[in-house]
Design a protein around this ligand. Structure first.
Ligand SMILES: Cc1cc2nc3c(=O)[nH]c(=O)nc-3n(C[C@H](O)[C@H](O)[C@H](O)COP(=O)(O)O)c2cc1C
Length: 223
């Protein structure tokens, strides 16, 4: 990465990203995975804090910074979330029939038991930061902002060889009770974080035959 002094202002502008960096960045995107198989090796708490602070560089509507990160550390809290998952997953399974139900039952859909870090990410629906700018007609943009932060966290973690698995098979209101979270916070993602057992360049749901990755041409239209 190189920095060039601006000839006119003499001030240091931003970095210039070269093609080697772009190639590596694309590799990072290609090798980011939703991870459900973790090693139990702990994550350095300083590194975790660093990853969270990088996540908070995400754009947010009105600069509202609506993300709230909850480190779920006690055995009791984790057990409550695990039980929450079991209930939600049994309900999800009951919604499928025949081969689909059989396949669903074989899927590993969380790494709650092995992941050294559990991070619950919430949106504060009542934060006054940003004074509502940009969110009046589309309050859901606050949610989008938190999702953007999680995506940055996901990629930043992967750049350190750390995997992240997003668990959404949960009753979000019960999860708030499980963790003693204020009513006006909304659960956006429950994240398992740790070193993966293996690296993969294809989604697990593709590999297990649940849902293939389709050609991008299927999702682009013209008007
Ligand atoms: C909002 C969101 C919720 C998800 N919830 C779950 C989940 O509960 N369990 C699971 O195994 N994977 C979950 N995933 C991971 C997806 O299944 C995964 O992203 C998708 O299969 C593509 O795989 P990849 O992330 O490895 O590319 C979730 C992903 C997102 C973005």
């Amino acid at each position: 990465m190189t920095f060039f002094m601006s000839e006119t202002t003499g001030k240091k502008p931003g970095p210039e990203f070269n093609s080697e960096f772009r190639t590596m960045l694309e590799e990072l995107f290609r090798w980011r995975r939703d991870v459900r198989h973790f090693q139990t090796t702990p994550i350095d708490p300083k590194l975790l804090n660093n990853l969270i602070s990088i996540a908070a560089l995400a754009p947010s509507v009105g600069h509202s910074q609506p993300w709230r990160f909850v480190k779920v550390e006690t055995e009791k809290s984790r057990a409550l979330i695990r039980a929450n998952f079991e209930r939600a997953n049994a309900e999800a399974l009951a919604g499928y029939t025949e081969e689909r139900a059989q396949l669903y039952a074989t899927l590993k859909l969380h790494g709650l038991d092995e992941a050294p870090v559990h991070l619950a990410v919430f949106q504060d629906t009542k934060s006054h930061l940003g004074d509502g700018l940009g969110a009046k007609t589309m309050p859901e943009t606050l949610t989008y902002s938190v999702v953007g932060a999680i995506n940055i966290l996901w990629l930043a973690a992967r750049s350190h060889g750390i995997g992240l698995g997003w668990v959404s098979i949960l009753d979000p209101d019960a999860a708030k009770d499980d963790l003693g979270i204020p009513k006006h916070w909304k659960l956006i993602g429950y994240l398992c974080i740790g070193y993966p057992k293996e690296d993969q360049d294809m989604p697990e749901l593709h590999r297990t035959g649940w849902q293939k990755r389709l050609e991008i041409s299927n999702f682009i239209i013209e008007r």
